[in-house]
Design a protein around this ligand. Sequence first.
Ligand code: ADP
Ligand code: MG
Length: 263
Amino acid sequence: DPSAPDVAPDGVAARPQAGAGEPLVVLRDVNKHFGALHVLRDIDLTVRRGEVVVVIGPSGSGKSTLCRVINRLEPIDSGTITIDGAELPEEGRELARLRAEVGMVFQSFNLFAHKTILDNVMLGPVKAKGMRPRDAERRAKDLLDRVGVANQSAKRPAQLSGGQQQRVAIARALAMQPKVMLFDEPTSALDPEMINEVLDVMTDLAKDGMTMVVVTHEMGFARRAADRVVFMDEGRIVEEATPEEFFTNARSPRAQDFLSKLL
Ligand code: ADP
Ligand code: MG
C-alpha cells in the first residue's frame, strides 16, 4: 500500500527522508501515445517528499516523455498526475502555477545565450513570480555560489564550459524554488571530465533533502544517491527497487539484460 507510512519492523518510524515523506508527485494509470506509438503504458508512480528516484532504461523506453508529462510539456491521453495534492489541469493559470513547482534540467542546457549568467538565474523569479530584482539577484548569487560558479556571473553562457553551464541551469531551476526537480540525462552532453562536477551538485542537492526524479545512465550516481530505482522498458515501469536490490538482484529479465550490457 503506497499510502501506508514507512515503519520499520520494530514499529519505529524509518529515517525521515528516503521515501517516508508524503506523496509529492503522483502518476496514476497514465497513458500517452504519439500517433500509433504507445509511449507511456499504465504508469503508476509515487515520488515522496525528499525522495530521489532514478529512472533508467533503454533508449526509446519513454523516460524523457515521463519527465515531460510531469511538467505538462506533453499532454497525456488518460490517467492523472498530481503535484503536492493538486491535479495537473490541461491548461490555464493553475497549470502555470503547478509548472513553476517543478524544476527541470535537460541534456542541453538551454541558457539564454545573450544574457549574463546572473541574468539567466535572476530572470525567472523576476518575470514569472514578480520578485524584486534586488531580491532575485541576492538569491541568484547564493545559488551560483552553491553550484560553484559565483565567479562566472558576469559572463555569457558560451564563455563557460559545458559542466559550468549545466550547473548554471541547475541554479536557474532552483531559483524558482521548485518542490521537485526533474533531471533528464543532465550529463549526457558533457565531456567525461565534467560529468562529476554536475553529479556532485546533484548529490549535494539530494543530501539537502530536495525531491528529485533523475533520468541518467550514470549507474554510480544511481547507486550512491537513489532511494529508489525505476526501470522502464517499452513505455512501462517494469521494475522498482532500492539500488542495492536492483544492481545485485534485478528480478525482470529485461532489467537483467539491460544491466549486463552496461558491463
Ligand atoms: P527515452 O527518453 O527513454 O529515450 P522518449 O520518451 O524520448 O524515450 O521516447 C519514447 C518513444 O517516443 C520513442 O520511440 C520516441 O521515438 C518517441 N517519441 C518521443 N517524442 C516524440 C514526439 N514528439 N513525436 C513522436 N514520437 C516521439
Ligand atoms: Mg530521453
